[in-house]
Design a protein around this ligand. Structure first.
Ligand code: CTP
Length: 129
């Protein structure tokens, strides 16, 4: 069995999020998703996501092809999460290209192209206007 892991905030869930999860799952059999906590987002961006971590987690948990969801509390604990969830493949969007190559000693690291022309930031901007 091939276990896939990916991470993200998945705030204001959109089709780009859906597609990366779908394409990640297609690489194996079991998809684990780390949803970043509100505190982690605040510490990195100085603002909280629009949806709470409980809401973001609930959405991801109810996607048909997602098998397991956990909270990512710290960006510095990737290796621990990869080992804990026995990941065979780490999938990230190619906005992260090269950033996770250090983990290729314990799993395959795959960067998938982002869906063009959509992001949480853009959706929020569009609504604001
Ligand atoms: N993603 C994607 N295509 C998009 C947007 C996001 O494939 N158009 C992927 C990212 O590469 C990442 C995952 O979805 O692997 C979660 O991304 P996240 O940062 O939560 O979403 P963004 O829409 O990129 O949010 P923001 O605008 O706040 O950066």
């Amino acid at each position: 069995m091939n276990r896939i892991i990916t991470f993200g905030t998945f705030d204001v869930f959109h089709v780009g999020h859906l597609r990366i999860l779908q394409r990640a799952k297609a690489l194996g059999d079991y998809l684990v998703v780390g949803v970043s906590t509100d505190a982690l987002n605040f510490s990195k961006k100085n603002k909280y996501p629009v949806y709470s971590q409980e809401e973001r987690r609930e959405i991801i948990e109810n996607i048909r092809f997602v098998d397991k969801v956990f909270y990512e509390h710290s960006l510095e604990e990737k290796r621990k999460y990869l080992l804990e969830y026995q990941a065979d493949i780490l999938v990230m969007g190619d906005d992260w290209k090269g950033k996770f190559d250090e983990f290729s000693d314990i799993c395959r690291v795959v960067y998938l192209p982002r869906t063009p022309s959509i992001s949480t930031t853009e959706v929020i901007e569009k609504i604001r206007k």
